[in-house]
Design a protein around this ligand. Structure first.
Ligand code: FES
Length: 101
């Protein structure tokens, strides 16, 4: 079976725990973490409550919604909402509450 041409897999590292998982297709950072049995904080899962907010240490993401609940300053400082963010490169997140389940 061959993957579609634009099918990409990105690697996510979660520090400081040193956890790692892959994101395939159009999964969000949060959905892919859960499939890999990595627990990240979450509640609303639609980009409004900010429970999942964490820092993007490196890499790039795009959002599934037009106005994720982050200010322009927070975005500029590297904060992301994993429940509505899809990676477009390999990424490193800083989330001290992440844990393997
Ligand atoms: S879980 Fe609510 S903003 Fe991400």
């Amino acid at each position: 079976m061959t993957a579609p041409e634009n099918f990409e897999i990105f690697t996510v590292k979660v520090e400081p725990a040193g956890l790692q998982y892959d994101v395939e297709g159009d999964l969000t950072l949060l959905e892919a973490a859960e499939l890999s049995r990595i627990e990240l904080p979450s509640s609303c899962r639609n980009g409004t409550c900010r429970t999942c907010v964490c820092r993007l240490v490196s890499g790039e993401v795009t959002y599934t919604i037009e106005w994720p609940g982050l200010s322009a300053e927070e975005k500029a400082e590297g904060y992301v909402l994993p429940c509505v963010a899809r990676p477009t490169t390999n990424v490193v997140l800083e989330q001290t509450q992440a844990r393997a389940t």
